[in-house]
Structures are given as structure tokens and as C-alpha cells.
Design a protein around this ligand. Structure first.
Ligand code: B16
Ligand code: MG
Length: 216
């Protein structure tokens, strides 16, 4: 029996738009100011991690006190917000508008599950406020990805069971979170190694009909 899918839940950064570059530039500026080595390659490990977990990863065990940690995270966010001013609907990743339109036409509920505390601002800059039934962001749950809490929170608000929903994710932490919650997963790009239900290189040529058929 094919599963009954009633909802789709999308990660934001790396799935709907590519804000990873802005996160990188903002962390890089803080790291340079503080004399800490931080490369583009290091940045890949931060995909899907909360701001606090990102800082911990960048620090690689270097001890800093809480006031300093807060100061660095605040500065990173200030720099990140400057970059968000460049974001427009043209920054939607290819294939996203078509997929969302198709999902709507099929009567599926649509949710967003992002670790970012800036997710609502990003969604608004992309002109997508009215497209999602529920937006889960970095303020919704205490335990960030890879805990399943955020996706479970979004599914609950959508009134769908995890076994009736597909999570679209680009990051290891996100795939692990969705799998731990019992969701079907579509892993994009580098998420191939994390055993998603279905892997796609990107959403560019994705067909929702094919994705649903492959779950059967
Ligand atoms: P903020 P996602 C994540 O977004 C990013 O991938 C990750 O790099 C970032 O640290 C995190 O949001 C928190 O963002 O500092 O804006 O709260 O992939 O979960 O949409
Ligand atoms: Mg992501």
C-alpha cells in the first residue's frame, strides 16, 4: 500500500534558498576579527546547526565565557542580517515554486522547519509568507536538529502524523532529525550519505508525482 501523504515540510537554508553563503560570510567576519581559522569547508559542517551549535563547532573546544559567546553570536547575526537585505524572490532555488504549486494543487499541507531564528524574515524577503500553513523556526523548540522536536512541532501544528509527511532536507543534522521523528525524507545534494528515503541532486527537475510514486 502506498503511504498516504498529507503534508510536506521544508527546511529553509539549502532547500528553499541558499543562505549558507551569507551564514559563512557572517561567521567568517567574526572569526577573522577574533583571529580564529574558519574556511568554506568548515562552513559545510554548520549546515542545519543552530547558531549556538555553529559557534561551538567553530570554536573546536577553545574555551570562551558566556558573555563573549553571546557577543560573538550577536555580531554574527548583525552581519548576517546585513546580507539578508540583498535577498529577493529571485533567490528562491530552482524548482521550488513549481513543487509548492503542485503540492497546493494536490491539497497537501505545507510547513517550514528551519533552525534559523531569522526564518520568518527570510521567508518574507522571498515573498513566501502566504505559501506555508505553518512556520517552525529557531524559537519553536528547545532541542535543535538533529533532535526531531522541530519537525514534530511543525507536523503537530499541521495536524499530520510524521508517517504522513515528507521532510525535504539538505543537511545531515536535518535528515537525522526527520528520520528520528519517523518522517519520510527527501535528501538533497550532499545529504546522499545520510540515508534519506529518496535522494535528489536538487529540486531543480523534481516532480512531486515521481517523489510520491517512489514512496510506494
Ligand atoms: P540563525 P536551516 C540553519 O538553517 C542554517 O543552515 C545554519 O547554518 C544556521 O546556523 C541556522 O539555520 C541558524 O540560523 O543564526 O539565523 O538562527 O537549514 O535549518 O533552515
Ligand atoms: Mg538546511
Amino acid at each position: 500500500m502506498p503511504p498516504e501523504i498529507h503534508g510536506l515540510i521544508f527546511d529553509l537554508d539549502g532547500v528553499i534558498t541558499d543562505t549558507a553563503e551569507y551564514h559563512f560570510l557572517a561567521w567568517k567576519r567574526v572569526a577573522d576579527e577574533e583571529g580564529i581559522p574558519f574556511t568554506r569547508e568548515d562552513n559545510e559542517a554548520l549546515r542545519g546547526l543552530s547558531r549556538r551549535e555553529s559557534l561551538n563547532t567553530i570554536l573546536k573546544g577553545r574555551p570562551i565565557d558566556e558573555a563573549t559567546a553571546q557577543n560573538w553570536m550577536d555580531r554574527k547575526n548583525t552581519y548576517y542580517l546585513e546580507h539578508l537585505e540583498e535577498l529577493t524572490p529571485a533567490n528562491l532555488l530552482p524548482g521550488v515554486p513549481q513543487l509548492l504549486d503542485d503540492a497546493r494543487a494536490r491539497g497537501l499541507k505545507l510547513g517550514l522547519g528551519s533552525a534559523s531564528k531569522n526564518a520568518r524574515l527570510v521567508v518574507s524577503r522571498l515573498g513566501m509568507e502566504s505559501l506555508f500553513d505553518v512556520i517552525g523556526d529557531g524559537y519553536c523548540v528547545v532541542n535543535a536538529k538533529p533532535a526531531p522536536d522541530l519537525f514534530l512541532w511543525v507536523a503537530g501544528a499541521l495536524r499530520v502524523y510524521p508517517t504522513q509527511a515528507i521532510v525535504f532536507e539538505d543537511a545531515e543534522a536535518g535528515i537525522n532529525a526527520a528520520r528520528a521523528g519517523g518522517f519520510f525524507t527527501v535528501g538533497l545534494g550532499n545529504a546522499a550519505n545520510n540515508q534519506p528515503t529518496i535522494w535528489l541532486p536538487s529540486l531543480e527537475k523534481a516532480s512531486l508525482g515521481e517523489i510520491l510514486a517512489r514512496l510506494s
